[in-house]
Write a protein that binds this ligand. Structure first.
Ligand code: SF4
Length: 214
């Protein structure tokens, strides 16, 4: 109930490079921590989601958009859309991209039932949908962080595409790292002022960030 609207199934994913000061779940930073998410776990996840009183799925962590999670998370949100939204033709197209997702927004909304996907990530909307605008920021990070291999993987093009697909198939995106100095316990669904609760489909439709709530 604290991880999105309604009564939700929540999956915490291991793996996070953001390493925010004051993170509540540092045990999830290691991509190898936790319990293996296998076919049985996936079956259990969807068995819970099938229940009519469940409002949807929340993916958090750790970071669901960490490189080690992208394939698994894309599989889950694709399955969710197939199961509850009948957008199979869209998600099965290997060549789909941000523009393609934009073109299907109306279709997504028309077919969208009550169940929703919420995603919490340390990445921002801009880092996912306008990575070219973040190059300067990336360069600064590279200068600060000598672990080039990690950064290269984080900002690898195919990973960007997968992140855009995952977010494009979701409903609400709570974006950005937790910033301890901006902590505010009165905020809904997030921990620090910089984080935004973004209505994904409205934002794609209007080509600007539309908040789900303040
Ligand atoms: S993005 Fe989230 S899980 Fe990762 S370090 Fe920051 S607060 Fe923790």
């Amino acid at each position: 109930m604290n991880n999105g609207s309604g009564l939700r199934v929540v999956l915490w994913l291991s793996g996070c490079d953001h390493k925010c000061k004051g993170c509540q779940n540092p045990q999830t930073w290691d991509a190898n921590s936790g319990i293996l998410f296998d076919a049985k776990a996936k079956e259990e996840l969807f068995r819970e989601l099938d229940k009519d009183y469940i409002s949807g799925l929340t993916l958090t962590g750790g970071d669901p958009l960490h490189p080690s999670n992208l394939d698994g998370v894309l599989d889950i949100v694709t399955e969710f859309n197939k199961r509850y939204r009948i957008t199979q033709d869209m998600v099965s197209n290997e060549n789909d991209n941000h523009n393609m997702l934009n073109g299907n927004v109306n279709k997504i909304r028309l077919l969208c039932p009550n169940k929703t996907i919420w995603i919490y990530s340390g990445f921002t909307w801009e880092q996912i949908f306008s990575p070219e605008k973040c190059y300067k920021q990336i360069d600064e990070l590279v200068l600060e962080d000598n672990n080039w291999a990690t950064l290269k993987m984080r900002y690898d093009n195919s990973n960007f595409m997968k992140r855009a697909k995952i977010i494009g198939l979701s409903d609400i995106f709570v974006d950005g790292c937790y910033i301890d100095s901006q902590r505010n316990i009165q905020l809904r669904y997030r921990g620090s002022e910089n984080q935004r609760v973004i209505d994904v489909q409205e934002s794609l439709r209007q080509n600007k960030i539309v908040l789900y709530c303040d």
